[in-house]
Design a protein around this ligand. Structure first.
Ligand code: ZN
Ligand code: ZN
Ligand code: ZN
Length: 375
């Protein structure tokens, strides 16, 4: 680990983000944005309530107006301490009062609003009945690129999270695999991520042998055997920014077929990475990786998109998928993670986080992509 302190964001950073969001919302024809606790609220204000409850907390953003945070009175002191709070007007409400009526008074009746994806249905229904003329769009659908382009400080945090995940891999490849359960190795991975600075572990996939053919297999009771391929896919949040990397290891000597399939995925991952440059489309990254796998005869065994964005969450737009014509812009960060899945037998996935630079791409994961042999 490096000894540098995490970068923190100032009230000015949050003010600029809120202004940009409000401007983009207006450009998209929205009357404003409504943001409940979650990744968007953290990104816009630095505020994350200790518990998300049935009491309404909602950020109201509209172009040309000061941002307002509707907040339960008992949580107002916490909200006031958030880094972005000085850029906000707090409107608190006490138990027994109607927070939807309060919020409705801040909104244009009849307007269409972007609302954060994770807003509870309870709250959206409350708003709809307080202001029947309003309509809503999911924030991710309305402004998919709002958080996609990272600034220098965000990139530094994402690079540090990637380096921490890499450090976890360098340790896990030295532990015994054969004779232990997948869940034991997964617990090791989670502990390593925390040891290297993660405050939150989102997933620790350990998919051995035939389980590797299921991209969503997490980790179970299966005892890992000699001869198994093992897909490792792990990540979480370090200092508020995400990591997500996959490597596929083999327990003991692999067969020729296992080596060949692993090498095809490695070449596909390399081709996807090489397709990353400003102005290329998201789908070009998917096409480049998929072409390698198709040429080798495994097209029907690559059963997911090539990648997803990462930032204050570990899965977000932009998506590297056929049909996504969004252009790559320097500062975007996303995974490049092709795989081949052979039902009943084994799977291989190799994943790096990549950021778009002025003239190409830069990987934020840098452990060996060649097949690693473990014990
Ligand atoms: Zn094997
Ligand atoms: Zn992953
Ligand atoms: Zn991923």
């Amino acid at each position: 680990m490096t000894g540098t302190a995490p970068v923190t964001f100032t009230a000015d950073d949050y003010r600029a983000r809120m202004e940009r969001a409000a401007r983009q919302a207006a450009e998209a024809g929205l009357a404003g944005l409504l943001v409940a606790p979650g990744p968007d609220l953290v990104w816009l204000t630095g505020y994350a309530p200790t518990a998300v409850t049935e009491r309404l907390t909602l950020l109201v953003l509209a172009a040309g107006r000061d941002p307002v945070l509707v907040v339960p009175t008992l949580e107002a002191p916490d909200a006031e301490r958030a880094a972005g709070a000085t850029a906000l007007n707090l409107r608190d409400w006490t138990d027994g009062k109607d927070p939807y009526a309060l919020t409705a008074g801040l909104l244009d009746a009849g307007g269409r609003f972007g609302i954060s994806d994770n807003t509870w249905a309870l709250h959206l229904l409350g708003l709809q009945s307080a202001l029947p003329g309003t309509s809503y769009a999911a924030l991710t659908d309305a402004l998919p690129m709002l958080r996609a382009v990272k600034d220098a400080a965000e990139l530094e945090l994402l690079a540090a999270a990637g380096a921490a995940a890499d450090a976890a891999f360098e340790e896990i490849r030295t532990v015994p695999f054969a004779g232990r359960r997948e869940s034991d190795v997964a617990a090791d991975l989670a502990a390593l991520l925390r040891r290297f600075g993660h405050s939150q572990v989102d997933f620790t996939i350990v998919a051995s042998g035939p389980n590797g053919a299921n991209p969503h297999h997490e980790a179970g009771d299966r005892v890992i055997e000699r001869g198994d391929m093992v897909v490792l896919d792990f990540g979480g949040l370090k200092d508020g920014y995400g990591s997500d990397t996959s490597r596929t290891v083999h327990v003991g000597e692999p067969t020729d077929e296992e080596r060949r399939v692993h090498e095809i995925v490695r070449e596909a991952q390399e081709a996807g990475f090489r397709a990353v440059r400003p102005g290329a489309a998201c789908q070009d990254v998917d096409r480049a990786a998929r072409a390698v796998i198709a040429r080798a005869g495994y097209a029907e065994h690559f059963i997911h998109r090539t990648g997803h964005g990462i930032g204050v969450t570990t899965h977000e737009p932009p998506y590297m998928i056929e049909g996504e014509e969004q252009s790559l812009v320097p500062g975007m960060c996303f995974s490049v993670e092709p795989g081949i899945y052979l039902p009943g037998r084994f799977g291989v996935r190799i994943e790096d986080i990549v950021t778009v630079t002025e003239d190409g791409g830069r990987r934020l994961n840098n452990t060996a992509r060649e097949m690693v042999i473990v014990d």
